[in-house]
Write a protein that binds this ligand. Structure first.
Ligand SMILES: *Cc1c(COP(=O)(O)O)cnc(C)c1O
Length: 431
């Protein structure tokens, strides 16, 4: 406790404990790292939007595949309890439930930026006047580099081809109506719209169905980067008529550093022989894959986008994690998420009121997932997160120069974690 800490914040610790007793979440299913500073033995972890915590069940599931390799070696591809040639099928059902898709529309493979490139090979087809790629100005850098390099790949000038939509002056987030107005006005020059479903920086949950409908009405292809949306907010990609999407599994999906990504291709695109793809043998239908024919027979599902054989030791933790999501269910997680993030927002109101800090994430539930981003005013974001970590055991992350992100993750974060974040912030930033 410091003198600069609002008294009313100290008084709510007991309330945080009460809320946790009534609403404990699934923290017991995860390894929570020990704290290196502060009064509590475990960290208060808010970086699950960057790397999710390790589920306790992961180690045994990974060990089971090591054991299969040890015992069966090459036969593991066909003869094990979970044959490796079909292992990705175990991930398709639960992935599809998370993103609101049919299992045939989803496949787990590669990593996110690689998948975005493979999808753009199929779905970014500039022709005539229709060449533009629309992204958000604060897109994650990898997405920005990917679309610029795709423009170059087609012999186009990235500065003229990639359109970066900006919020209105004085506003933090892009209004959906401004995106749809742009698409209505300029849509016949747009080949591809590729936006983040939840913005990595501001935490804004974008209006995916409205923008998808506007992009498609304008004749463009609409894809979504769901790195910060999957496992965070409910999604209905099939019904929203999204053309394609991709997401990583190491953030909210807790599948480990660099774990394989997921992708979605709407089934109206399956089996289209006019769509180019960069192919490899794993995109060949399983029934004829090992006939080793010189010309491919692509699978009639999203599996056709697969290229190489699967990294099994990296896939096992994805299965562990998706089963956990399946058993809890996204509706229950979203409800808990709204309670936790709503509580953090209330506590941050107390802290930001008399400090040079501003919350940039939209306040309305339908416009945010679990992340709350705080602009730090004159305080350096990196130094602030360093002090939160070493003085208080609170793990948030900074995005230079002045954003600190807090993501209370509904599977394992607690109300008491939120209380710790708010009190630590109050103690760290002078009034
Ligand atoms: C995390 C993230 C990525 C990371 O891409 P990798 O290819 O997995 O390294 C890309 N885009 C967005 C929006 C992200 O949040």
């Amino acid at each position: 406790m410091t003198t600069s800490e609002p008294a009313n914040l100290a008084a709510v610790e007991a309330e945080a404990r009460r809320r946790d007793a009534a609403d404990p979440g699934h923290r017991h299913l995860f390894h929570v790292p020990p704290a290196q500073g502060g009064a509590h033995p475990e960290v208060a972890y808010f970086a699950g939007n960057s790397l999710g915590l390790q589920p306790r069940a992961t180690e045994a599931d990974l060990a089971a595949e090591l054991e299969t390799w040890r015992r069966l070696a090459v036969e593991g591809w066909f003869e094990s309890e979970r044959p490796w040639t079909r292992y990705h099928e175990l991930l398709a059902g639960p992935s599809a439930r998370l993103v609101g898709a049919r299992p045939t529309e989803v496949v787990v493979m590669n990593t996110l930026t690689v998948d975005l490139h493979l999808l753009m090979v199929s779905f970014y087809r500039p022709a005539g006047e229709r060449t533009r790629i629309v992204i958000e100005d604060n897109a994650f850098p990898s997405d920005s580099y990917a679309v610029r390099s795709q423009a170059r790949f087609h012999g186009l000038d990235p500065d003229r081809t990639v359109v970066r939509l900006r919020p209105r002056d004085g506003e933090e987030t892009l209004r959906a109506e401004d995106v749809t107005a742009y698409l209505a006005a300029e849509g016949d020059t747009v080949a591809l719209v590729l936006l983040g479903g939840v913005n990595y920086l501001t935490g804004e949950l974008v209006d995916i169905p409205a923008i998808t409908a506007a992009g498609r009405a304008a004749g463009a292809v609409v894809g979504w980067d769901l790195a910060h949306a999957v496992g965070n907010v409910p999604l209905a990609l099939h019904d929203w008529d999204v053309d394609f999407a991709a997401w990583c599994t190491y953030k909210y999906l807790n599948s480990g550093p660099g774990s394989p990504a997921g992708l979605f291709v709407h089934d109206r695109h399956h089996g289209r022989s006019d769509l180019p793809r960069f192919e490899g043998w794993w995109g060949n239908e399983l029934a004829t894959r090992f006939q080793m024919a010189p010309v491919s027979r692509p699978a009639a599902t999203a599996d056709a986008w697969q290229v190489s054989c699967q990294p099994l030791l990296a896939m096992a933790p994805v299965r562990t994690s998706l089963e956990l999501f399946d058993s809890v269910g996204m509706p229950a997680l979203r409800e808990r998420s709204l309670r936790l993030t709503g509580w953090l927002a209330e506590l941050l109101d107390l802290v930001t009121a008399d400090r040079p800090l501003t919350v940039v994430t939209p306040r309305e539930n339908h416009r945010r997932g679990c992340q709350i981003s705080v602009r730090t005013g004159g305080v350096g974001a990196a130094e602030l997160t360093r002090r939160l970590r070493y003085e208080h055991g609170v793990i948030a992350d900074s995005r230079e120069p002045d954003i600190v992100r807090f993501a209370p993750v509904p599977l394992y974060s607690t109300h008491h974690d939120c209380w710790r974040a708010a009190t630590a912030l109050a103690a760290t930033v002078d009034v």
